[in-house]
Each structure stands twice: as C-alpha cells, then as structure tokens.
Design a protein around this ligand. Structure first.
Ligand SMILES: Nc1ncnc2c1ncn2[C@@H]1O[C@H](COP(=O)(O)OP(=O)(O)OP(=O)(O)O)[C@@H](O)[C@H]1O
Length: 299
C-alpha cells in the first residue's frame, strides 16, 4: 500500500491553481518533491496534513483520507514547515518537550524523547539556550527534531536545506537520509534544487505549475546511458586518449576529467583498453556513465 496516494487533487486560490489534477503515489524510502518556487509543493504538504482543504480530488495518507481524517493523519505524521516558526525566548529542549506533550506523550517520555531527537540532529549543549540566538542551521535542526518527537510513521520536510551553506546543507541531507534508512521512516522532502536531492532520494516526483511532470525511481532516472566513462591520470592524457579513440572511429568527447565513449558493443571496451595501453596512460577508472538528475530534466 502506498504511504501517500492522491487522485486528481486540485487546489484553486482565487487567482491561481496551485495544484492541478495531481495523481501521484509515494512509497517507502526517501522521496524528493521537486519544483520551482510556486510549483505547489507547500500546498501539497499542507493538504496532506489536513491543514487546508483541496478544491477537488482526494488524498490518502497512511490509509486515512486527509479531509475526514486530518487528526489521525497529524498523529502519525511529522512535519517540518518551511518558514521560521520557532519562539525566540524558549530553548530547543523546552520547545520540543512541549510539542511532544502536545502530541500526547507523558512528561517524562517527552523529556527523554526530546533529548534523543535533539542529540540525533546534533544539538548538544546549545539545546538549553533560547532559540533566538541560534544560527539558521541550528533552527533547521530544531525544526527537524520536533518533526520526529512523536515517533511518526511518515515525515514531510518542506525545504529543510533552505538558508543553509553548502556544509550545512550536506549535513541536513545526511540526517534526512538516516531518517529514511536507519530509522526506516518514509520521508517526503521538498526542494527547488533537483541536484541536491540526487544523493538522498530513492524516488523523485517533479511538479510544474501544480501538475505532475514526472514520478520515477532515481535508479530509472539515473540509469546507464550507453556511454563509457574513462578517466586517465592527467588532462593531457585525457586529450590524447580522446584523439586516438576518435582516429580509431569511436565517438569520444571530453567531460571534465573524463573521456565519454559511446558503447557500440564489446569491441568498445577492447578498444579503450588497447588504446590506453598503447599510449602508456595511467588508467584511473572505466565505468558505465550514468545520467545525473539535472541532465535528465534539462532535456
Ligand atoms: N494562501 C494562498 N492564497 C493565494 N495563493 C496562494 C496561497 N498559498 C499559495 N498560493 C499560491 O499557490 C501557488 C503554489 O504555492 P506553493 O507555496 O504551494 O508553492 P511551492 O512550490 O511550495 O513554492 P515555494 O517553494 O516558493 O513555497 C503559488 O502561485 C502561490 O502564490
């Protein structure tokens, strides 16, 4: 059974159709929800939580209809909102304990659970300080922690890397990956940057103007291309190899440190091996070239 299933889901505001007949399923693992600003990602998340009502169509989350079973859905789902929503004058510990209790945990369990999730997201001593003094990265971590407090069966993360520098972004994405793999909790994560989801997601859903553009497993999207990627030790070697392969009738072109060679059959592998040996080049690697997600969506 899918974790999330929508059917012809539509949300119209007076001036804009934010979601337009969206039919999509989300399963276990980490799913990336990608789209430009205004594509409808936040609107979809709010409908999935039962916070706003769709204009038409339906959405089922963990077996519950979001219109009639919003409360049941929110008991089972952790949500990290996009915008800053943390009270500045309380500490992360006080905040997460409070939300744990709001979710129905007894006081002691809420305190233990808050300590666990805040440690998990990497907030140690800082968790006792008022959140008004936190960096953006720390605030994002608290927002992630509170989404995990009540042992959710699904987490929805709205742009968790927003405002983070590259290192903070990598750390946040690593945390998201752990939620999906080590804890086995299905994750739906939104981003307007396709490239950053490449390493953490098992499945990618792309929205454009409220409509479904694609929904595919990452393996299908980044599958082999019929091209061999060859890396030799230096760039002059790369150029000599490319020229020699072209002289031998292969289609070869440079790509960063690589030479990309179109595979026409087993003879392509033999030709690459023999040419590298003849030129006396130091071979670093030979492997089937895979699409990167950004290439797939830019065509
Ligand atoms: N409460 C609202 N009233 C009117 N229009 C809205 C409302 N909320 C969202 N919209 C519009 O619906 C469209 C989709 O917005 P949404 O916030 O879902 O997009 P998004 O993909 O999450 O983008 P972002 O990353 O910028 O939040 C946008 O055109 C937005 O202006």
């Amino acid at each position: 059974m899918p974790v999330i299933a929508t059917a012809s889901l539509t949300k119209r505001y007076p001036r804009v159709t934010a979601l337009d007949e969206l039919t999509v399923e989300v399963g276990s693992g980490v799913t990336g929800l990608v789209g430009a600003n205004g594509a409808g990602k936040s609107t979809l998340l709010k409908i999935l939580l039962g916070l706003i009502a769709p204009t038409a169509g339906s959405a089922i989350v963990l077996g519950h209809d979001v219109v009639t079973g919003g409360e049941a859905v929110r008991a089972l789902v952790g949500y990290m909102p996009e915008h800053d929503c943390l009270p500045p004058d309380v500490s992360a510990t006080e905040f997460v304990v409070h939300l744990g209790q709001m979710s129905g945990l007894p006081a002691t369990a809420a305190r233990e659970r808050a300590a666990d999730v805040l440690r998990h997201v990497g907030l140690d001593e800082a968790r006792y300080r008022p959140m008004g003094g936190y960096s953006t990265g720390m605030k994002q971590r608290v927002k992630l922690a509170q989404a995990l407090t009540h042992d959710p069966k699904l987490v929805l993360l709205d742009e968790p890397t927003n405002g983070l520098d590259p290192a903070g972004r990598d750390e946040m994405l690593a945390l998201v990956r752990r939620i999906g793999t080590e804890f086995g909790i299905p994750v739906l994560i939104t981003s307007h940057l396709l490239g950053e989801l490449e390493h953490v997601c098992d499945h990618i859903v792309v929205l454009d103007g409220g409509r479904l553009l694609r929904s595919e497993s990452k393996a299908a999207l980044t599958g082999e291309t019929g091209v061999l990627a060859v890396e030799v030790r230096d760039l002059s070697g790369r150029d000599r190899l490319g020229a020699a392969l072209t002289r031998s009738g292969a289609r070869a072109r440079p790509d960063g440190p690589l030479v990309l060679v179109e595979i026409t059959g087993d003879e392509t592998y033999d030709l690459v091996r023999d040419t590298v040996a003849e030129l006396g080049l130091g071979l670093v690697r030979v492997e089937p070239h895979r699409h990167r997600l950004e290439e797939v969506f830019s065509v």
